[in-house]
Ligand binder design. Sequence first.
Ligand code: ADP
Ligand code: MG
Ligand code: MG
Length: 252
Amino acid sequence: STKFVIEGLKAQIEGKEILKGINLEMKGGEVHAIMGPNGTGKSTLASALMGHPKYEVTEGTVLLNDEDLLEMEVDERARAGLFLAMQYPSEIAGVTNSDFLRSSINARRGEGNEISLIKFIRQMEGKMKELEMNPEFAHRYLNEGFSGGEKKRNEILQMMMLEPKIVVLDEIDSGLDIDALRIVANGVNAMKSEERGFLIITHYQRLLNYITPDYVHVMMQGRIVKSGGPELAEKLEAEGYDWIKEELGITD
Ligand code: ADP
Ligand code: MG
Ligand code: MG
């Protein structure tokens, strides 16, 4: 079964240390949520895992089924089964959504094992229907002119098509109205499996009403400072983060 281990991960941006030693262990079938105040390093964690060039990892290891992700290029990490839905998905002019998806899938499957066009189209159409996406989005340029909610649904479409082992969703709930939130959450829940782990980064508890986490971690100032079950998310929603700061003697 899938195993994902982050150990002592430190990362910096332009010489400033943002991640100060992250430890986290996930198994297939588990949903972990990371919550925390703004500016605390949640997106930095997601980007560092994915290998974004702006984020320099200075210490630590990240293992996916005993393979060292930090030694891999971005495309190799995707091939190994890591998927990241970004907080701010990029637009790519001149590349249609469907072309992008098909080349991502084929990159993941590897040479000689490409998906047939017919099968790809059938799958894509089915998933788009599940996500209540307008079929014309297949032929639009990637994310160009998509609304916030359409971009987020499109990220989930990519996730569904790529069938990754570890899914990192960075604020997939931001900018979604309640109907879109439900659709996105259903998409995630439909992808739950014993072979797949989810790391859900969110500022708000709301999403976790639809996707029940097994573990909730609180991140502050570049560290995971507290872990618990779903009840921790509810307490944060009701009481904010100040009580944790007091408990830990954090001042800022
Ligand atoms: P969160 O996702 O928890 O809101 P981020 O990871 O986006 O936090 O940001 C953590 C810290 O790193 C913040 O102080 C932010 O200003 C800084 N930071 C993030 N990305 C960049 C960047 N590309 N360049 C410079 N500073 C950055
Ligand atoms: Mg933020
Ligand atoms: Mg963020």
